[in-house]
Design a protein around this ligand. Structure first.
Ligand code: PHE
Length: 339
């Protein structure tokens, strides 16, 4: 019995020595000291001993139990300390490591220039109006006084959804929507996407952006149009910018003009940006045609107004010297991040 107990203790101690985790140690405790453990079994066997032997063996059992418990206690403390050290070393923060860079986004160049243009017109008292990109043929052409044989109406220029619906080729249909909805005075700009059946190249994209302007009130004249666009040009391109109004034709304005600004790069001297002319064309404009006013239920005898439209992509290209419109829509971050 005595030897057997000694052997149990030796076994337990060597198992404890080999154990590396709390779990293993717990298992050892159950195996030797638990209710169904080896020492409990030994205690139970004591009833078969003689009265003389019982206290001696009892004493040994208690000693063995105490020894195993001590060994377990020591081992557990050690393992706990080791596990803690491992945890701590895993959690160590090297404060000398370089920080992770947080990338901050910024506006797409088209959005940036659009915001500048919006702010200029909002400063002049304009409101923002919006219209859908999928439009009726009526709003895009008929109500804008475009004759049935107008070349822009052809299948080769316009994306038709069906006979009555198309992708708008200009932001001008928002003029119609605005005039049909609100009574004058009207003073709005309307930025948005437009679509034309163009093969993409450096200056053409089947999807592009325009900003429309519309002012309707009593006694609006060509001089209001000139004053507004002159101020706009100075604010966007610089105080010394001059404008030139060239006669032109649009079905929905009469008279109509194309507007050039003095080149902001060379101030009119002639350079690569303005192709040597000193002028850059940026806008179409004119006085709203009486037919268009009438179509929208506004009496041309009482009210008059002007409208203008500009290409956001072209203005942004000029402003930043971007030579290919397609760069705006490829979303290559190496390009976008330069602005
Ligand atoms: N919608 C015309 C175009 O796309 C521009 C324009 C707008 C002209 C308003 C006059 C008045 O070319």
């Amino acid at each position: 019995m005595k030897e057997q107990l000694q052997q149990t203790q030796n076994q337990a101690e060597s198992a404890i020595k080999d154990a590396h985790s709390m779990q293993e140690l717990q298992e050892i405790r159950v195996k030797y000291l638990g209710k169904k453990g080896e020492l409990t079994a030994a205690l139970r066997g004591m009833k078969d001993l003689s009265n003389e032997e019982r206290p001696k063996i009892g004493k040994i059992v208690n000693e063995v139990r105490a020894n195993i418990e001590n060994a377990l206690e020591t081992a557990m403390t050690e393992v706990k300390q080791k596990e803690k050290n491992i945890r701590l070393s895993n959690e160590t923060i090297d404060v000398t490591m370089p920080g992770k860079e947080v990338e901050i986004g910024h506006k797409h160049p088209l959005t940036g220039v659009l915001d500048e243009i919006k702010n200029i017109f909002i400063g002049m008292g304009f409101k923002i109006a919006e219209g859908p990109e999928v439009e009726t043929v009526y709003n895009n052409f008929d109500a804008l006084n475009a004759p049935k044989n107008h070349p822009a109406r052809g299948m080769s220029d316009t994306f038709y959804i069906n006979d009555e619906i198309l992708l708008r080729t200009q932001t001008s249909p928002v003029q119609i929507r605005t005039m049909k909805k609100a009574k004058p005075p009207i003073k709005v700009i309307s930025p948005g996407r437009c679509f034309r059946y163009d093969t993409p190249d450096a200056t053409h994209s089947p999807m592009f952006h325009q900003i429309e302007g519309l002012v309707i009130d009593k006694n609006i004249t060509m001089s209001d149009l000139k004053g507004t666009l002159n101020l706009f040009a100075k604010q966007l391109f610089g105080e010394n910018t001059k404008t030139k109004f060239r006669p032109h034709h649009f079905p929905f304005t009469e008279p109509s003009a194309e507007i050039d600004v003095t080149c902001f790069k060379c101030q009119g001297e002639g350079c690569r940006v303005c192709k040597g002319s000193g002028w850059i064309e940026i806008l179409g404009a004119g006085m709203v045609h009486p037919n268009v006013l009438r179509e929208c239920g506004i009496d041309p005898e009482e009210y008059s107004g002007f409208a203008f439209g500009m290409g956001l992509d072209r203005i942004t290209m000029l402003k930043y010297g971007v030579e290919d419109i397609r760069l705006f829509f490829e979303n290559d971050m190496r390009f976008i991040e330069q602005f």
